[in-house]
Design a protein around this ligand. Structure first.
Ligand code: SF4
Ligand code: SF4
Length: 398
């Protein structure tokens, strides 16, 4: 799709004209019934009973308060951040923006990553109540809020994490003290498994899950999501673009981002999505989805074309874990690659590589790669491309 660089002034002019224009819906009756309040498509977020626009704001990479404010002015209500994003500056930006706005006019979702979780996704003795509470206290102070709307455990990949008593104790206490209205978790790996487990527990109000047209186990995912939604859990989709705005490192093959987001919304059990936005151009295209959330024929064709390319999104199937001769954390390295080349965010890639400790050339002594990626990634090449970042001085990484 074409990309135009809008500045804020131009954005507001176009936004106002769009709001006055007639809305023509194509598609199913179910989608039409989404349309409420000023022709903004909304859904009910599970047992929270919140009527939420189908587009929310993934703030992770955004650093423009003006962009976030413009989203709020144009009807976006939920802003998703995390304790670790931009070393806390992401939460601070939102705190400074929203401190003077009516508290019932926006919702904040933040995520706290518990300490001591191993690469196998299991909690350890370091995964404690106090650790979680301390991190959340910092988040609340950066956000300049008395409470958040949604507090999520960041990056859950095993049912054991969902049942870890110290975490349940922390979340229960914060809910009782009204420091959070609702509790949930985010999941990027083994999503169907943890979503099924959450559906049976009765504890979780919302789930933030990877969900996109590239997932290989989409039938299993849809069943899990349906089970969770039927149990009253609000479902929020992330990673809907499946790896960023381009399919290739050279940026010659753009993703039809509108088609990708609308595809996620074609499942009525997905209650809202949190596409990442860093420009007014991104915001403009996503606001258009609020007015017309149904896939058209051209978008369906683009989805088929995009799905035929491997893209830059590691689907998190973990099939490669045991196949690397050196037992490298290949899915994490592929995630670093996606950050660097899909999201154009060298800082996130650099920080992730640093935490992995795999160095600047992890494959250098390995002559033939034994990893068979189910997504047909040339794993050795991608690891080599992204690992070079480690040698860059930190101050040069944007
Ligand atoms: S080339 Fe790299 S990824 Fe492939 S098997 Fe060797 S160490 Fe593992
Ligand atoms: S096999 Fe490929 S897609 Fe699956 S986790 Fe490994 S790198 Fe990712």
């Amino acid at each position: 799709m074409s990309r135009v660089n809008y500045n804020r002034r131009k954005f507001l002019r176009i936004g106002a004209a769009g709001a006055a224009g007639a809305i023509v819906l194509k598609g199913s009756a179910a989608a039409v019934s989404d349309m409420q309040d000023n022709n903004i498509a909304t859904r009910i977020l599970g047992r929270t009973n919140i009527k939420i626009p189908v587009i929310s704001f993934g703030v992770m990479r955004a650093d423009s308060p003006a962009l976030c404010r413009a989203a709020w002015e144009n009807g976006i209500r939920l802003f998703d951040t995390a304790n670790v994003y931009q070393n806390g500056n992401n939460e601070s930006m939102l705190g400074n923006l929203f401190k003077d706005l009516p508290r019932d006019s926006f919702m904040i979702e933040t995520k706290v990553k518990p300490s001591g979780v191993g690469q196998n996704g299991l909690p350890t003795s370091q995964t404690t109540t106090d650790d979680f509470l301390t991190k959340f206290k910092t988040s609340l102070s950066r956000l300049k809020l008395d409470y958040v709307d949604f507090l999520l455990v960041h990056d859950v990949s095993t049912p054991e994490m969902l049942n870890h008593k110290p975490l349940i104790a922390a979340l229960s206490r914060l809910k009782k003290e009204k420091k959070t209205r609702f509790v949930g978790f985010s999941t990027h790996n083994n999503m169907a498994g943890v979503i099924r487990a959450a559906s049976e527990s009765g504890f979780w109000d919302v789930i933030l899950t990877s969900y996109n047209f590239r997932l290989p186990n989409i039938s299993e995912m849809n069943e899990a999501v349906e089970k969770a939604a039927s149990a009253g859990i609000g479902i929020i989709a992330m990673k809907t673009l499946a790896g960023g705005a381009f399919l290739d490192k050279e940026k010659t093959k753009p993703v039809n981002t509108t088609a990708a987001i609308k595809w996620a919304l074609s499942n009525p059990n997905i209650h809202t999505t949190i596409p990442g936005m860093t420009t007014f151009d991104h915001l403009t295209s996503n606001l258009a989805i609020l007015k017309d959330p149904v896939l058209n024929e051209n978008e369906k064709k683009d989805l088929i074309t995009m799905a035929a390319e491997p893209g830059m999104y590691c689907i998190g199937c973990n099939q490669c874990l045991e196949t690397c001769r050196l037992r490298l954390p290949v899915p994490d390295l592929m995630r670093a690659y996606m950050y660097a080349y899909g999201y154009s965010n060298g800082r996130m890639a650099y920080d992730l590589l640093g935490s992995l400790g795999t160095g600047a050339a992890p494959c250098v002594n390995c002559n033939s790669c034994t990893v068979k990626c189910t997504n047909n990634f040339n794993v050795k090449e991608k690891i080599s491309d992204v690992s070079r970042l480690v040698n860059m001085p930190s101050e040069f990484i944007a």
